[in-house]
Each structure stands twice: as structure tokens, then as C-alpha cells.
Design a protein around this ligand. Structure first.
Ligand SMILES: Nc1ncnc2c1ncn2[C@@H]1O[C@H](COP(=O)(O)OP(=O)(O)OP(=O)(O)O)[C@@H](O)[C@H]1O
Ligand SMILES: [Mg+2]
Length: 319
């Protein structure tokens, strides 16, 4: 028992198709403690979405989790013959995606969707109590006229309003963990800042741990207590945000920071040379080796990880 709300060990996701197949997630180990706000960062295609979708059993049909275990509050929910992901989805683990309209039913009012969500997951709740809870949550999400929103259909709301509703929908059952995958990326910068602030406030008030997936390193640094840097289907470095951003240790983390506009206001960003590898099923070793100045022959068949301190992992090459 580690006291973690959610933990995943040795998670691997592969295509069901063996011929020309890939493994978008090769190995993910993570641990989210109560109240943590864990940011998962990394460039496009690094496997962030696939990894978090695996955590809630919501992968694309052609993908499957081929190894690994997932525990929720110390109880196994996946792996070793157990698969209870469907029963925890929505109730214990909520999720918000980039395209909120896709998660909302276009032909039902917000009131009916939110209250149903609350009642499905909170046994014994009356309809009136569910609507009241929905109204209160919408107002907490910064929506000025919650009654009008409750009466509306998704197409009658702006993108920013829909995203607030989607967040309300994900937290109304007070899940233990909320996973937000690029949930604010489609919003304009001002709305994004506000929605992110509300998201982390709601999580704090309800004691919900947050897994915040984003391309935006600076945003992740602002929002998250911990960061996991993903590359080539693996977490290459993780630790507190202060440690990862203040003293990045993995060559990829350093390259990612150097490539981030605004990371160092006085220094122009420098792109990362080369491209990420195709993660064929038989791909082994460190995915960054062809782009890394510290790579050694051994990196072709092992991932040289080491633990710097408790819960802080990175590459072993640079002492
Ligand atoms: N259903 C699928 N079948 C085959 N390959 C897939 C599938 N879904 C994703 N992939 C591949 O897995 C890799 C990781 O994709 P994923 O969407 O998880 O990355 P990401 O880090 O979330 O990227 P982004 O930042 O663009 O959202 C990519 O190379 C992608 O092409
Ligand atoms: Mg993604």
C-alpha cells in the first residue's frame, strides 16, 4: 500500500493487429497521491492520450492493454485477470477531453445530462437535489446564468461554456481522480487561463486528484504539483514540478524546455533535431537515443532509468 489514489505499473498498449503493429505506450509507471495535480507533458505522438485512455479503459477499438496493472485506492481494478475499469469510469475517475461537444449529447439539455450523471453515480440522490447540485457546480465554474445553461442544448452554448459544462459533468460525481486531456487547448488564451484555474479550484475543493495532459509546458508548470515527461511511449522523467522544471535531468526534458517558446524569455527557442521513432512492436531501448547527445550503445536495448530521489526518475547517463 502506497496511499496512492491511482497507480499504474508497467502499462503497455499495443495494436491488436500484429502485422505492422505499434505499441504507442511501451511502459508507463505512475502514481497519483490524494490532492496531487500531475501534469503529463511531451510532444505530439508521445503517447499521452493513449496512456490516460488506458487508465479508464477507453482505448480505440484497435488498441489493447497487453500488460500492466492499475490500482485505485489500493484495490486492483485492472490486470492479473481483473478488469473493473468500466465500473469506475465516471464515478471514481472522471475525464474531460479537448472536444467538449463530442462528450455532450446534442439532443439533450444540459440539465438532463448533468442531473443524470449525478444520480447515476450518487445512489439515492433525488432529481431535485441533482439539479440543484448541477446549478451550483455551473455557477462555481464561472457561468453567470446557470439556469439558462441548464435549459440549453449544447449547440446553444459557446465552446468555452461547453468546456465548463463538460468539466462540471466530470466532477459532479466527485471522482477520486479527474483526467483532463488537452481539455483547454481549444479555448482562447484568456478563457483557457480562467477554465484551468476553475478546474484546479474545483479539484481542490472536492479533494479530487488531477491528471492534466497538455502540450503546454508553461501551463503544466503553473497548474501541476508534479510532472511526468513522456516520450516514445514512456515516462522518461518525473518528479515535482519544481524539480523537473528547475533542474531538468533527462536530455529529452532539457531539449523540450529549450524548444518551448517563452521558457527563457531572453533566449530564442531551439527545435529538437530529428524525429520520434516509429514504435514498432519489437522496438526496444530508449526512444530518444537517435536524437540524444549522451546516447551510448547500451541505449539501443535498455532504458537507462535511475531514481534521483523518491518518485523522481530520470535517465542514468548524465551524472
Ligand atoms: N488507434 C490507434 N492505432 C494505431 N496507432 C495509434 C492509435 N492511436 C494513437 N496511435 C499512435 O500512437 C502514438 C501516440 O498517440 P497519442 O495520441 O497517444 O499521442 P499524444 O501524446 O496524445 O499526442 P498529441 O499531443 O498530439 O495529442 C502516435 O504515434 C499515434 O499515431
Ligand atoms: Mg493527445
Amino acid at each position: 500500500m502506497t496511499g496512492a489514489v491511482l497507480s499504474a505499473r508497467n502499462l503497455r498498449v499495443e495494436t491488436r493487429e500484429r502485422h505492422n503493429g505499434v505499441a504507442p505506450v511501451r511502459r508507463v509507471d505512475l502514481e497519483v497521491m490524494p490532492g496531487d495535480r500531475l501534469g503529463i507533458i511531451g510532444e505530439s505522438g508521445s503517447g499521452k492520450t493513449t496512456a490516460v485512455r488506458a487508465l479508464i479503459g477507453s482505448l480505440a477499438k484497435n488498441l489493447t492493454v497487453s500488460s500492466g496493472t492499475i490500482d485505485l485506492n489500493g484495490e486492483p481494478i485492472f490486470g492479473d485477470g481483473v478488469d473493473r475499469l468500466r465500473t469506475i469510469r465516471g464515478r471514481s475517475v472522471g475525464m474531460v477531453f479537448q472536444a467538449p461537444r463530442a462528450t455532450l449529447n446534442p439532443v439533450r439539455t444540459i440539465r438532463s445530462q448533468l442531473s443524470e450523471m449525478a444520480r447515476t453515480h450518487v445512489p439515492g440522490m433525488t432529481k431535485a437535489a441533482a439539479v440543484e447540485r448541477a446549478r451550483e457546480l455551473l455557477s462555481r465554474m464561472g457561468l453567470a446564468d446557470p439556469d439558462r445553461v441548464l435549459k440549453s442544448f449544447p449547440h446553444e452554448l459557446s465552446g468555452g461554456m461547453c468546456q465548463r459544462v463538460a468539466i462540471a459533468m466530470a466532477v459532479i460525481a466527485e471522482p477520486d481522480v479527474l483526467i483532463a486531456d488537452e481539455a483547454t487547448s481549444a479555448l482562447d488564451v484568456t478563457t483557457q487561463a480562467e477554465v484551468v484555474k476553475l478546474l484546479s479550484e474545483v479539484c481542490e475543493q472536492t479533494g479530487t486528484a488531477l491528471i492534466f495532459v497538455t502540450h503546454d509546458l508553461l501551463l503544466a508548470g503553473d497548474v501541476c504539483s508534479h510532472l511526468a515527461v513522456m516520450y516514445g511511449g514512456q515516462i522518461v522523467e518525473q518528479g515535482t514540478s519544481a524539480a523537473v522544471l528547475g533542474a531538468p535531468a533527462h536530455p529529452y526534458t532539457r531539449a523540450l524546455l529549450a524548444a518551448t517558446p517563452g521558457w527563457r524569455p531572453d533566449v530564442p527557442p531551439v527545435g529538437i533535431p530529428g524525429i520520434p521513432p516509429r514504435l514498432n512492436l519489437d522496438f526496444v531501448g530508449c526512444g530518444f537515443r537517435d536524437r540524444c547527445t549522451f546516447a551510448q550503445d547500451a541505449c539501443a536495448h535498455e532504458v537507462p532509468q535511475r531514481e534521483l530521489e523518491h518518485q523522481r526518475y530520470t535517465c542514468v547517463r548524465e551524472a
